[in-house]
Structure formats: structure tokens, C-alpha cells
Write a protein that binds this ligand. Sequence first.
Ligand SMILES: Cc1cc2nc3c(=O)[nH]c(=O)nc-3n(C[C@H](O)[C@H](O)[C@H](O)COP(=O)(O)OP(=O)(O)OC[C@H]3O[C@@H](n4cnc5c(N)ncnc54)[C@H](O)[C@@H]3O)c2cc1C
Length: 413
Amino acid sequence: MPSREEIIEEAGAWLEENLDPNLSLVEWRSRLVDGGWGSPRWPKEYWGRGYTTEETNVVTSLFIRKGAVPAASAGSRNLAAETILACGTDDQKKRFLRGILTGEDFWCQLFSEPGSGSDLAGLTTKAEFKDGKWVINGQKVWNTSAHHADWGILVARTNWDVPKHQGISYFLINMHQPGVEVRPLRQMNDHASFNEVFLTDAIVEPENLVGAEGEGWAVAKTTLSYERGGFGTVSDIECEVEKKGRLYDEYDEEMREANEPYVWYPQRQGRVDLAVPRAQATGTIKDGAVRQEVARLISMKRGAELAARAAKAKVRSGSNEIVSAGSIGKLASSFVARQGAKVHTMISGADSLLKGEDSAEQGVIAEILVSVPAISIAGGTDEIQKNIISERVLGMPKEMRADTGPFRDIKRN
Ligand SMILES: Cc1cc2nc3c(=O)[nH]c(=O)nc-3n(C[C@H](O)[C@H](O)[C@H](O)COP(=O)(O)OP(=O)(O)OC[C@H]3O[C@@H](n4cnc5c(N)ncnc54)[C@H](O)[C@@H]3O)c2cc1C
């Protein structure tokens, strides 16, 4: 395995030769990916270098310092990529992974349904094999960025005569076809980040089934483990170069578009960063009750960060606890966000209800209050994380179930 110095030398020399701010975004990323630097953690045969997480971090830090635009990662791309890498066929990896890294293909996640969120395995979108193709009918909901996705990761029911978890299959669906209709939804914070997706005789080619027919639940769990493990990572490495040129303009444009559905995401995390400055600016810092709640907020945030770091270290050491680590981190984010909303309400009082130019933080405080509930729902609700932690980490008895036996016979709304 290469040493830190060897990695820096090789990656640095490669950057010296290849990083050109006049390239288009796709041209640069094609070089990056074909050079094996787009996702060095991935295997060599799939555009990676087989590096460990630690070795990959060395590359990432160097690339940030040198102003190298990274491989595409916004939206549900990473979920799709990691799932295909873990569960896909060689042909699927060859067809899809490169386009994900270069950013040529945008992905969305088509899991939740109007009647199946927490109980995802109760989904009723149907996939039937007819004339050599999968024909999909049903409705999905809460699909972030589905309105500009090229591909979707989809779970659908292929067998109604077996217990619910056994009748599900996992597909890669082309979003650009007549059978796929995407309709945006407006949220209570006035953003429109999500969609309903109606599937009417939509087609999936047989080679885009991931895993065997009826084994989609295990594949979906792989996706979910990455989704829950991905809450709250920040980089504080400074870039040493001035970012000027076509490459950076196109990257900024991509990020603006890709981040548009997520502009309120900092607010849903409770904006801990604003608590002390606003308490000082409003003078409420002098109020003992406010100070106590601000202190509680900051210690909860710090505790959550340290727990996330400990969990990551465990995963790096080869432990198999990614799902539980993700659940604990996700639950901690919910507690922090709710405490953030409480603190901002104490600081701003009735003003926290106002929107517009002259309101508290130009409406950001109001947006926090109506965005925080989302973090307790997205990627699995708090109650579901508690169930996972109690059953898998604490070893407590499983929930009572009334949904065993063939799916066709299970009572549902
Ligand atoms: C911001 C955001 C982004 C999202 N993005 C996506 C996306 O990109 N793709 C996608 O497919 N979905 C997405 N979702 C959907 C999300 O995964 C579901 O909303 C979530 O899983 C909850 O399902 P539900 O809304 O059907 O609620 P329900 O499952 O109906 O739950 C209702 C209430 O019952 C509780 N409950 C349910 N079952 C149990 C139980 N067994 N024990 C105890 N309590 C229980 C829940 O905790 C909740 O309080 C997103 C949601 C949000 C808010």
C-alpha cells in the first residue's frame, strides 16, 4: 500500500499535468475519472485505485487545496453508485458508474409511496415481466430532484404471494420515457424540493434489475445504510488557488442547480451557528434561561459530532456497524435541530414567525421553525431509528408483527 507521501507525490504530479481551468466540466471529470482519481476508494476495474478510506482522504484533501473540482456527488448519485458497486453486475457497473462520477447522469431515489414510508417493505408499486421487459405501474412520493433526474433507483413488487420483504425487486429506471410523470410538491417552508412520480406502464430493461428478482429488499437496505450514514459532514480545508476559468464557472452553475432543492437544508439542521451571534445581537444572552438552552444546544451538537467520529472510526476499523452508526447519528441530528428551533424561538420571540426583509435574519429564523420537522422524517423517522437502535444495538425484543404471510393477504390501507 502506498504511503501518504507517495500518494501526495503521485496525485500532485497528475494534477500538475492534467488540471486545466479552461476545460469543460465534463472534459475535466473524464480525465479525473479515467485517471482513477474520481473515487480512489473504488476498485481499480471501476475507475478507482482500491484505496482505503484513509488513503482516499489524503487525495481529497490535496485536491481541495489545489482547487481540483471533484467527481459529481450531488443528489442521490452516491446512493445509486454505492448500491450498484455493492450489488450490481459487472455490466451494470461498467454502464453506470462512470456517468455518475463525471456528472453526465443525474439520479433520484424512488422508494417512498403514499402508503409506504416507514413501512417501505409494504410498497405496492408493481413490476410485471411481459414480453421480455419489466412493466412498472404505481406511484412514488417525496422524490428529491426527480424533476431533473436521468435515472432512478426504484423498488417495486414482483411477487404478491410471498411475505412482503421477499416479493420486492430493485431496478434502475430511465426517467426519460413516456410512462414516467414527475409532479413537483410545494412544502410548508415554500420550497419545492420534492416530487410525486407516477409510473404508468413504464419500462425497465431486464439488464437493469439489480440483484435477483425478489431479493430487492437486501439491495434497498444497502442504499438505506448509505443514506443514514451520510448526515452532516463538513470540510474545513482551504483552497490555495484562485478559481477562475470555464471549469469553475460550469461547476458553480452545476452546484447552483443541484443545490437548489437543498438551500433550506442548513435551516432544517437548526442553524446552531446562529445561536450565539443572535443571542448577543438581541441582548437575550443576558437572560440566564436563554444562556442555559444555548449551552445545552452547543454541547448536544458537540456530543453528536464526537459520536459520529467514533462511529466512523469503528467502521474504518472494519466493524460491520454502519446501519446502527447511521441511525444513532441521524437521531442525534434530530435532537440537535429541535433544540436549535427552541433556542431560536426563545431568542427571537414572536418575531420568529415573520418572513421578509425586516424580519429576524431576513426570514431565516422563520424558515428554521418550519424546516426542522423534516430532519425527523427524511431517511427514516426518529421512531424508526429508535426501533433499529433498540433491536440491533441494545438487543431488545422485536416489535410485534401482524404482517407476516403472503403480501396479498396482509391488511393495508
Ligand atoms: C425532507 C425529506 C426528504 C425525503 N426524500 C426522499 C427521497 O428522496 N426519496 C424517497 O423515496 N423518500 C423521501 N422522503 C420520504 C421519507 O423517507 C418518508 O417520509 C419517511 O420514511 C416516513 O414515511 P411516511 O411519510 O410515509 O410516514 P409514516 O410511515 O406514515 O409514519 C407516520 C408516523 O408514524 C410513525 N411510525 C410509523 N411506523 C412506526 C413504527 N413501526 N413504530 C413507531 N412509530 C412508527 C412514524 O415515526 C411517524 O411519526 C423524504 C422525506 C422528507 C421529509
